[in-house]
Design a protein around this ligand. Sequence first.
Ligand SMILES: [Zn+2]
Length: 132
Amino acid sequence: MFCSKCGAQNPDGVKFCSKCGALLSDNTVPVSNHAPRSTVYESEAKPKNVKGIIGFILGIISILLSLTMWGGLLAGIPGLILSISANKKKDHYQPSGLPKAGIVLSIIGLVIVVLYAGIVLPQIARYTSMAR
Ligand SMILES: [Zn+2]
């Protein structure tokens, strides 16, 4: 290997330059630069995917539980928030279809809750009060 300071050739495995005494550690730098980068990308991509998946599942649950009202709200609101935040942080590792589907499903679930609470329940209440 060659010394980075003076350019003198040194045998491989030697730590210090035989001519100027500089530390010969240049060939280990590119290797240590590469490894952490790929692991950082992997650890960043995983929580985003999980957010999108949870948002999507909560969207489905909010539709299934929309007629129980509270179940629809408790699943639909966090489902919508998670799906939106998963959809915002787009990168190459994030499948964009799942958060978007989660947003749509959560909105449908919340709309059913609002329609059910705003239209169906008052009519049932009016019907039962008229019957009395
Ligand atoms: Zn040297």
